[in-house]
Design a protein around this ligand. Structure first.
Ligand code: GDP
Length: 436
């Protein structure tokens, strides 16, 4: 077979051996150093009824008290009348922007691990599902996610866009109440509204309140509900030529969705004397970091250790890109090539003028052609009449000429005395004259 063609017939890369070390093998290290210096931006959102352990889980995930103690929150954030949106970061006192629909608390945390800086933002949605009527609970959340897309788009469109701050929500942890039944209407409605806009990661809250068997059955029902409603939850991508270990890890994480989690702020001591993160019960200790006890470790792997970059990438390449296309289309922008003139009225007018001028020129050319045709016809007609006139004139002239010639001849004969009609008498006298 042709070595320069791959299986699908496309030209394939020809591998060449280098004669010596060039240095581009160091490229990953360069990228690594640069990323470490710049740090990473990551925004996670938590959604679920209050008391499901959202703040506890976030603190457990990042092993820090990201959430300020609740009694320190301003009164307006404590009992929101509707779903509020709060961005939480450790150590900084949140600032509240009051608004009709939601209050937002902005603060950002930089956490560092082995020299790698993570600009982490956690967006909380207090009030979700806490009302008598929760029909529109999803609305302020969708609006918040979209306004973050808006802000990103606006930054991209700036003249100077070297310093884009990525505030887009990269993952949404959706807390399911550990009822053991199936998904509630509010859960389905929320996921249906949000799954095209954010990476959904469903978690079963406070899994320590259920037995392993109950959790297994609950997970099955949740997954079948999700499938039934065509809800897309985040699935880490798999790539070709990945090693077995990676594939196994991927499958293990995927098999745990929706993650049954347990959170804990305080260390507890196990009966065998170990100090662990967990929750103590009269019958024993539920350990957060023990994979036999809950799926916390797998969730952390999904969100932080293995797929944080995939979550960021999917947000940018798929979710944001789709939203952006839809947004621009709804603004009347058809295709990339027409973007400029659609959003630029001057360019649009210029194009309309050119079109109008072209139309006028075409009409003028047509009129000219018709005019010329008419003139030619007239000229031909005139020429014909002229010829006819000329022919008649010539005919008359010829006739007159002939008449004149005849008369001329007659005159000559008269003058020469000869009778007009020739006589038989050759003497030239008339018979009668001669006899007398
Ligand atoms: P939030 O309102 O969703 O942020 O919930 P919190 O994190 O404030 O937790 C509410 C209560 O649930 C607190 O008393 C926590 O100690 C408790 N809690 C948090 N996580 C868990 C958990 O995994 N299991 C159990 N049983 N209780 C939890």
């Amino acid at each position: 077979s042709n070595p320069s063609l791959s299986n699908n017939g496309l030209p394939s890369v020809i591998r060449k051996k280098l004669m010596g070390y060039v240095g581009f093998a160091n490229l990953p290290n360069q990228v690594h150093r640069k990323s470490v210096r710049k740090g990473f931006q990551f925004t996670a959102m938590v959604v679920g009824e209050s008391g499901l352990g959202k703040s506890t889980l976030i603190n457990t995930l990042f092993n820090t008290t990201l959430y300020p103690p609740k009694e320190h929150l301003p009164p307006s954030a404590e009992r929101p009348k509707t779903v509020a949106i709060e961005s939480i970061g450790a150590g900084e006192f949140p600032f509240v922007y009051p608004s009709d629909f939601c209050s937002s608390i902005f603060s950002r945390t930089d956490i560092e691990e082995n020299g790698v800086r993570l600009h982490l933002t956690v967006v909380d949605t207090p009030g979700f599902g806490d009302f008598v009527n929760n029909d529109d609970s999803w609305k302020p959340i969708v609006e918040n996610i979209e306004s973050r897309f808006d802000s990103y788009l606006e930054q991209e469109n700036r003249v100077n866009r070297t310093k884009i701050v990525d505030n887009r929500v990269h993952a949404c942890l959706y807390f399911i109440q550990p009822t053991g039944h199936s998904l509630k209407e509010i859960d389905i409605e929320f996921m249906r509204r949000l799954h095209t806009k954010v990476n959904l990661i469903p978690v079963i809250a406070k899994a320590d309140t259920m037995t392993d068997e109950e959790i297994g059955e609950f997970k099955e029902r949740i997954l079948s509900d999700i499938a039934h409603h065509n809800i897309h939850i985040f699935q880490a991508p798999t790539y070709d030529n990945e090693d077995e270990e990676t594939i196994a890890e991927h499958e293990e994480i995927a098999s745990k969705i929706p993650f049954a989690v347990v959170g804990s702020d305080k260390p507890v001591v196990t009966p065998d004397g170990r100090e662990v993160r967990g929750r103590a019960y009269p019958w024993g200790v539920v350990e957060v970091d023990n994979e036999e006890h809950c799926d916390f470790v797998k969730l952390r792997q999904m969100l932080v250790r293995t797929y944080m970059e995939e979550l960021r990438e999917y947000t940018n390449d798929v979710l944001y890109e789709n939203w952006r296309t839809e947004k621009l289309m709804s603004m009347g922008v058809a295709q990339d090539s027409t973007v400029f003139k659609e959003i630029n009225p001057a360019a649009r007018m210029q194009e309309e003028r050119v079109l109008h001028e072209a139309k006028l020129a075409k009409m003028e050319a047509e009129m000219k052609m018709v005019f010329q045709q008419k003139v030619q016809e007239k000229e031909a007609k005139l020429k014909q009449s002229e010829e006819e006139l000329y022919a008649r004139h010539k005919e008359m002239k010829d006739a007159l000429e002939k008449q004149r010639a005849d008369l001329e001849e007659k005159k000559k004969k008269i003058e020469s005395g000869r009778p007009i009609t020739p006589e038989k008498n050759s003497t030239g006298r008339r018979k009668g004259f001669l006899r007398t």
